[in-house]
Design a protein around this ligand. Sequence first.
Ligand SMILES: Nc1ncnc2c1ncn2[C@@H]1O[C@H](COP(=O)(O)OP(=O)(O)OP(=O)(O)O)[C@@H](O)[C@H]1O
Ligand SMILES: [Mg+2]
Length: 508
Amino acid sequence: MFAKVSSLGLFGLNAFPVDVEIDISRGNPQFEVVGLPDTVVKESRERIRAALRSCSISFPVASVMINLAPADTKKSGSVHDMAIFMAILRGMRMISEDLEGCSFIGEISLNGDIRRINGVLPMVMLARELGIKSVFVPADNAKEASVIDGVDIYAVNNAEELIRHFRNEELLTPCEHYTPPEAAYNETLDFADVRGQQSAKKALEIAAAGGHNALLIGSPGSGKSMLAKRMPSILPPLTFEEALETTKIHSISGLLTPETPIITKRPFRSPHHTISSAGLAGGGSIPHPGEVSLAHNGLLFLDELAEFDRKTLEILRQPLEDRKVTIARASGTITYPCTIMLIGAMNPCPCGYYGHPKRKCICPKNKVAGYLSKISGPLLDRFDLHIEVAPVEFGDLSSKSKEESSAEIRKRVMAARAIQEERFKGTGIACNALITPDKLQELCPMDDAAETLMKNVFDRLGLSARAYDRILKVSRTIADIDGSEVIRKQHVAEAAQFRSLDRKYWAE
Ligand SMILES: Nc1ncnc2c1ncn2[C@@H]1O[C@H](COP(=O)(O)OP(=O)(O)OP(=O)(O)O)[C@@H](O)[C@H]1O
Ligand SMILES: [Mg+2]
C-alpha cells in the first residue's frame, strides 16, 4: 500500500517542500527511512513507534519503507515526525480522509504529544506560496504560524487529536489569523537619565535617524554603555515586512516563544566580548545565524570593542558592507541577511584615561597603540560616526534641569525617517545608510558651499572613497533632521566633525 503526505523542510532560511512517501508491503518486518535523513530523522522511527503505542495502535507487522522526497536533499531535525506518523496511518488505512492540500510539521514525543519546532514561520510562508491550504503545526508554534494570512493553521497538541480529526470524530478548527499589536515604547531606559553629553546624544540621534554605525570612545564611567543601551528607545518601529524578515531568523534559531510569536521591535543584541567568530557571524556544521543576523533590521552593540578577539571583529568587515553573511558547507551554501546598525563602545587605552582632560594615562605608549590597533583601519572606516564621550562635568551631574526625554528625541528621528520613506519610495532602500553608490549623487545633492567644504575635508583628512560616501550619507541625515532638501555647508561640517576621532587616537 502506497501513500504520500506533504511536509516541509528547512535549509538555512529557505524552506523546501518534502513529500513523505510510504510503502507498506509484506515481507520481513522492518521500518526503514531513506532520502538523505540525518540521525534525528532516523530516530523518528523510535518516537513514532512509541507514539502509535500510546494511541493504542500497533505498528504494522510488515516491511515499512519511508522515502523523504526529493531524495537528494539532506533532511534534518524532527520536523517530519508528524508527516511520517500521518503517512503510516494512511498506509495502514486507519484514516480515510484525503490529505491533499494538507501539510504537516512537528516533532512527536514518545507519549504522542506534539512538540514545538524551530523555523515554522519560513515553512508556513512557503506553504502559502505553494498553494497548500492547511498546515498542521504544534500548538506551541500556532501563533507564530498564524501571522501568515491565506493558510489555514491547525494547532495540534497530541497525536490523538490528529487521529480524531482525520476520522471526522472531533474536528479541529483553524486558528484565527494573528495580527501582532503595534510595538509600544515601554523602555525603562530613557535618555533623560543621561546628564549632559549633548554632543554624544546628538550623534546617536543622527545614527538612529539614518541607520548609521557609530563608535563611542571615552574614559571609564563616562556613560558610553549607558548611552548605547538607551538606543532602543529612539529607534523607529519595524515595518511589517522587516518584522517578518527578522522573525524568520529568530524562528529558525528557536528564539520565539508563544508570548512573542513575532518580533515587533528592532532587535538590540549585545554579545559579550568573549564571543567566538561562529557566534558572531554564524557557523556550525548546519550553519546557524550569528549575532549579526539576529540583529537584522536592528542594532548590534559591541561593548568593550577592543576586548573582542581581533580576528572575530575582522569577520564583520564583509557582512557590514554586503549586509549578508554567506556560509559555505559541504551540504550547501547558506546566506543570512544582516542589515544592521553597529554601535561600538571602547576605552582609548588599557587604563582608560588616554586623552582625558584631567587624569594622566599610565599606559606605556606602545600599549596604547597596541590597544587601539585591535580596531583595524578598515573596520574603523566602517563607523560613520566617531563619538568622543567626554567625562561628565560636575555641573551637569548636579544640575536640577531636566534632560530631554527619549520620546522627544524619537519625534525628530521619526520625522527624519518619514522624509526618507517618501524619498526612497519604490527603490527598496530603507534609510540613508543604505543608499547604493549609483544613487548617491542623485539623492544627496549639495549646494556649492557644501561641495567646497567637502573637497577641503576630503583633502585635509585624507579620506577613503568609502569615508567620503559615508560622510555624504550622514550629511544627508543631518539635513533631513534639519528639514532641508539640499545638503548645506553646516550639515557637511557636522558630519565631518564626527569623523575626526581616528586622527586624534589612531594617527600616532
Ligand atoms: N552622563 C551621565 N549621567 C548620569 N549618570 C552617568 C553618566 N555617565 C555615567 N553615569 C553613571 O555612571 C555609571 C557608569 O556608566 P557607564 O557604564 O555607561 O560607563 P562607561 O563609559 O561604559 O564605562 P566603561 O568604560 O568602564 O565601560 C552609570 O551606570 C551611571 O550611573
Ligand atoms: Mg561600559
